[in-house]
Design a binder for this molecule. Structure first.
Ligand SMILES: Cc1cc2nc3c(=O)[nH]c(=O)nc-3n(C[C@H](O)[C@H](O)[C@H](O)COP(=O)(O)OP(=O)(O)OC[C@H]3O[C@@H](n4cnc5c(N)ncnc54)[C@H](O)[C@@H]3O)c2cc1C
Length: 467
């Protein structure tokens, strides 16, 4: 794209053709429209198309193609690298497309691409069901799904992509297809982990599962003193494989938030903790949770019955949009003794109250799927680890980034190689290839078929084969 293309593209024609609105530089609301979740990202697009429907998306893709305008696609806007916005680009913003349709009998939910997981949980938990998603409700359905989707339900029901039944997609040439196992199956394979490389998904259909007692699960954090990190991590890594798949939990190093329900005397104290989620029948809960309730000397035991949607949104108030975020990630086959030594060193150095380290299990049902069955290649039964520097103050951007980089450098030698693309910054082609392992070449072939000109390149980009 050239500067003259930006200047000469007839945005007034595009505005007239849309059912949604087109926000241009200088318009009221431009700064709000260009903002993404990570406050470190400060990009100035040529225009933001706030699409209302699939027809708007098709119109935008055809316009961009005709006028040589770069395309950025934004759904929830959560990607740490700010991939949903770019200087000079046309941002195709899906965040107004948020309707959901539940089929209680069919155990499915159809979600428009602008939905957050809060929208989907709201719709399904009312029927006692959920589809596997993540650990937060404000994350976008689209970006999370297209990258894989790791969450509380992954152990029991697989990744989000393992529960995707169909996706409606606007392709780079402006045509529209529905991808599923029986239609455009190569595209459907690539969408399940290959990110936003192949087209713009306008809606997703997921399989749902009955969880807990009519959607009420037992969950919450159990927190230990940071000095107990080594002991807690060893216990956790040995315990998790023996647990029934109805119980999952991710382990974290964190600072206890200065807010209820945490006791005031613990506010600001550094901790090692596990956030548990039990989705089985409640009459078995005491037995299943017994090892969790009896281990060590916890500072906080926050386990309680709650609707799944409440657990999913429990951390939302701590993490409003606009904070500074810097992420570094890897996959880990195990939490080795060497890795624990690194966590013990860097946990007490958490640079700010919101900075954290998380390890999410990708085991159980998620690890029974073959590595080449979907584009998401890491199925070895380990963990997705992420070190995240977070703070509201831009003046601390350097501090949080340096801590995360140093921690990652020290931990990386214990990793399995490659990282979850949704936890990576813009880290170059070698890291993207490492993320996709043996699936990269097939992804490049599918990219060549559906987007040979790489129109959709503002993502963890897969280069078209032969290009
Ligand atoms: C606070 C926080 C918590 C998180 N927790 C989890 C978690 O528990 N589990 C997990 O798996 N991940 C988690 N993530 C990572 C999350 O999956 C990624 O940030 C994901 O990209 C977010 O999707 P989005 O739609 O909000 O992002 P966006 O920034 O809007 O999009 C991300 C990428 O996807 C592309 N894209 C978006 N929509 C479409 C579409 N409809 N069609 C084609 N391409 C599209 C964009 O162009 C961009 O490249 C978390 C992120 C944050 C910030």
């Amino acid at each position: 794209m050239t500067t003259s293309a930006i200047a000469t593209a007839p945005y007034q024609d595009l505005a007239a053709a849309l059912r949604g609105s087109l926000v241009l530089p200088g318009d009221p609301g431009y700064d709000q429209a260009r903002a993404v979740y990570n406050g470190m990202v400060d990009k100035h697009p040529a225009a933001v198309a706030r699409c209302r429907d699939t027809a708007d998306v098709i119109t935008c893709v055809r316009f961009a193609r005709e006028h040589g305008v770069e395309i950025a696609v934004r759904a929830g806007g959560h990607h740490a690298a700010g991939l949903g916005v770019q200087d000079g680009a046309l941002v195709i913003d899906l965040s107004l497309m948020r309707s959901t349709t539940v089929s209680p009998g069919g155990h499915t939910v159809r979600a428009d691409a602008g939905c957050t997981w809060g929208d989907v949980d709201h719709a399904t938990v009312a029927f006692g069901m959920a589809t596997p998603s993540g650990f937060l409700s404000s994350t976008g359905v689209a970006g999370l799904t297209l990258g894989g989707g790791i969450g509380y339900l992954s152990r029991r029901f697989g990744l989000t992509v393992d529960n995707l039944l169909a996706a409606d997609v606007v392709l780079a040439d402006g045509t529209f297809v529905t991808a599923s196992e029986s239609s455009h199956s190569d595209l459907f394979w690539a969408l399940r982990g290959g990110g936003g490389n192949f087209g713009i998904v306008t809606s997703f259909t997921f399989r749902c599962h009955d969880i807990g007692e009519h959607g009420t699960i037992i969950g919450g954090p159990v927190l230990y003193d940071i000095a107990d990190t080594a002991e807690v991590m060893r216990w956790y890594r040995d315990l998790v494989p023996s647990l029934p798949e109805e119980l999952s939990g991710w382990i974290a190093l964190l600072t206890i938030p200065p807010a209820p329900p945490f006791p005031e005397e613990l506010w600001g104290r550094k901790a090692c903790g596990i956030v548990w989620c039990y989705t089985g029948p409640h009459d078995r809960a005491d037995d299943v949770l017994e090892p969790v309730r009896t281990f060590g000397s916890p500072l906080v035991v926050g386990l309680q019955p709650m609707p799944f949607s409440v657990l999913q949104s429990a951390f939302d108030p701590l993490l409003p949009p606009g904070l500074q975020w810097y992420w570094r990630a890897d996959f880990f086959n195990e939490i080795s003794d060497e890795a624990i030594d690194v966590h013990v060193k860097y946990g007490p150095r958490l640079p700010t109250g919101l900075s954290t380290m998380h390890m999410y299990p990708i085991d159980g049902a998620a690890s029974r799927v073959a590595a080449d069955a979907t584009a998401f290649a890491y199925r070895s039964g380990g963990f997705a680890g992420v070190i995240v520097g977070v703070d509201p103050d831009p003046a601390n951007a350097g501090l949080i980034s340096q801590w995360a980089r140093d921690y990652w450098e020290a931990l990386h030698p214990t990793s399995a190689g490659g990282a979850y693309i949704n936890f990576m910054m813009s880290e170059g082609q070698d890291r993207i290839k490492a993320a996709y392992r043996g699936n990269y070449d097939r992804l490049a072939q599918v990219k060549q078929r559906y987007d040979p000109g790489n129109a959709f390149h503002l993502n963890q980009n897969i280069q078209p084969a032969g290009g």
